[in-house]
Design a protein. Structure first.
Length: 96
């Protein structure tokens, strides 16, 4: 039984000729191989961009949560300070 050649595997081989002039079909085949190589390279970059985006989105959401917690904490502490100031003022008025 003959070895089966798979189209995808064969399309990735670097074919060439020692002829001085190439035919249109040979030029087209070379062009298609270059287009396929470029497309594969772009796909790899696209996947990396997606991974980076997801990582940054998770980081952003985490920092946003921390910011909101600290904002609420600051607001609560300011309320306590105001309450203590009022309590101190009232205490000062009763003893005066």
């Amino acid at each position: 039984m003959a070895d089966i050649k798979r189209y995808r595997d064969e399309s990735r081989k670097h074919y060439g000729t020692s002829d001085e002039y190439l035919t249109i079909d040979q030029l087209n085949a070379g062009s298609l191989q270059r287009i396929a190589d470029a497309t594969e390279a772009m796909a790899k970059n696209h996947v990396q961009l997606q991974n980076d985006y997801n990582y940054m989105k998770i980081s952003r959401d985490g920092y946003r949560e921390l910011y909101e917690m600290e904002r609420k904490r600051t607001k609560a502490l300011k309320g306590v300070i105001t309450k203590l100031k009022k309590a101190g003022e009232q205490k000062g008025q009763h003893h005066g």
